[in-house]
Design a protein around this ligand. Sequence first.
Ligand code: HEC
Length: 267
Amino acid sequence: MRKNKLFNWIIMGIFLLLASSPLYAEDGSHDTLSTVIQVMIAITVFFVIIVLWLVMVYSEKNDTEGSGLKKFFGSKKPVSVEEEEKLLLDHEYDGIRELNNRIPPWFNAILYGTVVWAAAYMIYYHVIGSGNVQEEEYAEEMRVAAMQHEALASSGALIDENTVTITNDVADLNKGKEIFDKNCAACHGVDGGGIVGPNLTDNYWIHGNDIKDLFKVVKYGVAAKGMPTWEKQLTPKDIQDVTSYILVKLHGTKPANGKAPEGDLYE
Ligand code: HEC
């Protein structure tokens, strides 16, 4: 008897865990579960509780009478060993015969429960069509992702050495000059003619003349040659602005005391 009780509690625990797992599966992207979903969850929990209750009642061995619910769900009363003859079905396979036993009430409860559940599911998702089915959820997630991407792109956070392009925007170029005068002029000269660092106004480049090449040099630096890395101090957008400023405004000017060319000639 005591063993039986313990077994019941273990079964109940497992059932409750199983029943509640879909709730944890919610990824939090939906702030409010719609009322219909809440009702469906409530119905499921209700059925699970009924089933558990029936399992417990049914497994009480000395309760042969059974309650009203048990009579409703159970198709036949339990039969004693002496009366089993009556339940014997007329077929036989290699000497194996079958008893037409009573179906346990908990089994029927699960069966009827799933039928009701299927009907509710069908109506909600396919007849009324108000359920957020997978395709709609997918489209919604894609829409949100596109918005996030756009926000990131407009903030400049997505710019890197593979995607950077020259900006001709006046405000961007002014910002670029500000950054250059503050951080770069000490080595490259305010006019870009070069001091410790090379001349940035001529057609000779050590690392290439494409905006992507310049971006890379500024971002990662050339540690061995004394060009600092700016990855930590400047945002990708800042680096785009300052390299654009070099190519659009400084390049092609002929500063008075410009340093002699270094690197290769780029036409
Ligand atoms: C401490 C001195 C120093 C500072 C500050 C500095 N640079 Fe440089 N820079 C150098 C040196 C030295 C080189 C040459 C590297 C080499 O020889 O590979 C260089 C190279 C470059 C090149 C590549 C030139 C070429 O010919 O390929 C670019 C572009 C550049 N720097 C831009 C900048 C920008 C933009 C800043 C400011 C954000 C900056 N530098 C700040 C010293 C400096």
